[in-house]
Design a binder for this molecule. Structure first.
Ligand code: WT7
Length: 653
């Protein structure tokens, strides 16, 4: 990206949004936090660690004597579950609702912190009865129900690391993850509700644990849907039978700050899944701090809702650990945004008076496509902060989110982070930052991030390159489970002494950071580096386009040619004129070099189950290749429809 600095800043965004005065006046964090953390970064994190209740206070903040293997707060001892549950009860907040659970079929249930304490204690006693001990691993393969959070906290309480596997993954994916982590127990459910029907989970577990050499001794099954399940006596146990007979008392033992808390697998684009290891004290410090600062959380009055699945890191850090460590009241929703109707999210916001909403750009673009009239039917006036995570948010989607969901008054915080970073790293602060649609803007206080070129030299403002993290942070991954060498090779070898995130990024003239997608997605057209994200944002800024995915396809003359797949908005008709207009629109927005060679209107885009567009498959289509692995797609028929369209599409030369 370095050879064409003029092209690294194609997208211009002039709109600015100051923090609302009322919010700024009582914001949890002021601009001083940046100064304070800059003057004494470790002192800043030591202070944040005091948000937690330690059995033994740490005296040492960071041991970085053997980089990149960090030890944060290593002589401190604490229990993570105690911090997320018991201490709120002891502080007199036992009656506060921890979780408002909303099932997809409409059943609901509210759980207070006092009730959560009893449930987590029972589940901890139950795991002990099954022989699970400190240092063991437990796999969790669950729908979005409170028992999932309870199971994770029960593991944390007894010092067993959980490995949550997303409930949409196959038996094979589950088996690989169980095997890699040597899990002794699997916690699952008979099933969950998905798009109006019960879907099964237990058969995949039965399949996964029936393989040769399995380490699994017990399968604990939550009854959610009541559907028939196959049963293996001696191995399988019902959650309700096992937990109900346990005492609601369990004394939480304190563990070292660096005791493993969980393993979470990221698949990446190639190779075996990587077991990302997170530990206790530093992780909890950063997720608690960032949940409090980035969302301006007021635990007494806010109702927070993160729409992610607990199977992803967003669910770990911003449904379970961050919000509960902060004593927040939150909504947990089992289902999809379109069941039973396309206003379901807004109905939930209205019902619980949600004040902080955290969701993903893919969801926001879907809501845009469904139309402004849907959210307009609901009372969304309780909202005061909106968050986004998972991919770059196109400026147009950002504007739509603020306007149609946030009533043109709420700040939108675009939060950049990764499974590996454990917590939010780059984000505006809602009471401090003048927001720019589409940019994650600045590293949070205590975080050091920048953009470098191929030679690891920091680029000046206005330049583009690779996003790196230049100082260790408390919630950083500690290694890849069982594979230190892969940890070094993947993240620490590209740029000496720096963590390479794998994302392309640019700095604008104010020094604000813009994320440009995974570096594998950057295109090289006639010697110019062009980011897929920028071309997609340009397309989405046209009123006829709801969503866009751009890839570089091999091209004899230009090296790569830009091919765009677009989903049109409800009313737009697919005509050759419109395609021409879209090309010109991109040309006018970014410059002629960025004009797509081909634009194909399609009905859907291929996405992973976490909502990321699978550009790799679109590249296969654009290059007329046999499709690669489609097993992680949400809906594999999408690709057939896209392939059918291809020959008919006009191409411009
Ligand atoms: C990758 C990490 C972080 C939880 C969910 C995803 C992309 C994430 C943003 C953002 C631009 C983003 C990056 C990153 N990403 N948030 N706000 N702006 N890109 O976790 O599955 O580990 O994916 O998601 O490419 O590297 P993950």
């Amino acid at each position: 990206m370095s050879e064409n600095p003029s092209l690294s800043n194609l997208l211009k965004e002039e709109r600015r949004f100051a923090p609302p005065a009322e919010l700024a006046a009582q914001a949890n964090v002021t601009a001083e936090a940046y100064e304070q953390a800059k003057a004494d970064r470790l002192g800043f994190w030591a202070e944040q660690a005091r948000r937690l209740t330690w059995a033994t206070e740490p005296t040492e903040t960071l041991d970085w004597s053997n980089p990149p293997f960090a030890k944060w707060f290593q002589d401190g001892r604490l229990n993570v579950a105690y911090n997320c549950v018991d201490r709120h009860v002891e502080a007199g907040n036992g009656d506060r609702v921890a979780i408002h659970f909303e099932g997809e079929p409409g059943d609901s249930r509210s759980i207070t912190y006092a009730e959560l304490k009893d449930e987590v204690s029972r589940a901890a006693n139950a795991l002990l009865e099954l022989g699970v001990r400190k240092g063991d691993r437990v796999a969790v393969y669950m729908p979005m129900i409170p028992e999932t959070a309870i199971a994770m906290l029960a593991c944390a309480r007894i010092g067993a690391a959980h490995s949550v596997v997303f409930g949409g993954f196959s038996a094979d994916a589950l088996a690989t993850r169980i095997e890699d982590a040597d899990a002794r127990v699997v916690i699952t459910a008979d099933g969950g509700y998905r798009r109006g029907k019960p879907s099964a989970l237990k058969p995949a577990v039965d399949d996964a644990v029936s393989r040769e050499g399995t380490t699994v001794e017990h399968v604990v099954v939550v009854r959610r849907t009541g559907q028939e399940v196959a049963w293996t006596e001696g191995r399988d146990v019902w959650w309700h039978e096992l937990t109900q007979k346990q005492p609601a008392e369990h004394t939480a033992e304190a563990f070292e700050a660096e005791h493993p808390l969980f393993i979470l697998y990221t698949s990446g684009t190639t190779g075996r899944p990587k077991g990302i290891l997170h530990t206790s004290g530093g992780y909890l410090t950063q997720v608690a701090y960032t949940h409090w600062s980035v969302f301006d959380l007021k635990p007494e009055t806010d109702v927070y809702w993160c729409t992610a699945d607990v199977g992803w890191v967003t669910g770990h850090s911003y449904i379970v650990y961050g919000p509960l460590a902060n004593g927040a009241t939150q909504v947990m929703y089992e289902g999809t945004p379109d069941t039973p109707h396309q206003g379901r999210f807004w109905e939930i916001v209205q019902k619980y008076k949600v004040s902080i909403l955290y969701t993903a750009p893919t969801a926001i673009r879907t809501f845009m496509k469904w139309g402004d009239d849907i959210p307009a039917k609901f009372d969304l006036s309780s909202l005061r902060v909106l968050g986004s995570v998972g991919e770059p948010i196109n400026p147009e989607a950002w504007i739509w989110y603020r306007k149609h969901i946030g009533g043109d008054r709420t700040p939108v915080v675009d939060t950049w982070w990764q499974t590996e970073t454990g917590g939010i790293m780059i984000s505006p602060l809602p009471g401090v930052t003048e927001a720019k649609p589409g940019s994650a803007q600045r590293p949070l206080p205590g975080i050091a991030a920048t953009v470098v070129d191929d030679e690891a030299t920091e680029v000046p403002d206005g330049g583009g390159g690779y996003l790196v993290l230049t100082e260790p942070w408390p919630s950083m991954l500690r290694t890849i489970w069982g594979d230190d060498q892969r940890f070094l090779d993947t993240y620490w070898s590209r740029f000496e002494g720096k963590y390479f995130a794998g994302d392309g990024a640019k700095k604008d003239d104010d020094g604000d950071i813009w994320l440009l997608g995974r570096v594998d997605d950057v295109m090289l057209v006639s010697g110019h580096n062009i980011s897929t994200t920028e071309v997609e944002s340009a397309l989405v800024s046209h009123p006829s386009v709801a969503e866009a995915a751009v890839v570089g396809a091999a091209d004899e003359t230009t090296g790569q040619a830009i091919v765009a797949f677009v989903i049109l908005r409800g009313t737009a008709a697919e005509t050759a004129d419109l395609v021409g207009e879209l090309r010109n629109h991109v040309g006018a927005t970014l410059g002629p070099i960025a004009k797509p060679k081909r634009i194909l209107p399609v009905g859907e885009l291929p996405k992973t189950r976490s909502g990321k567009i699978m550009r790799r498959l679109l590249r296969d289509v654009a290059e007329n290749r046999q499709l690669g692995d489609v097993t992680t797609l949400t809906d594999s028929t999408v690709m057939d429809l896209i392939q059918e369209k291809l020959p008919a599409a006009p191409s411009e030369d």
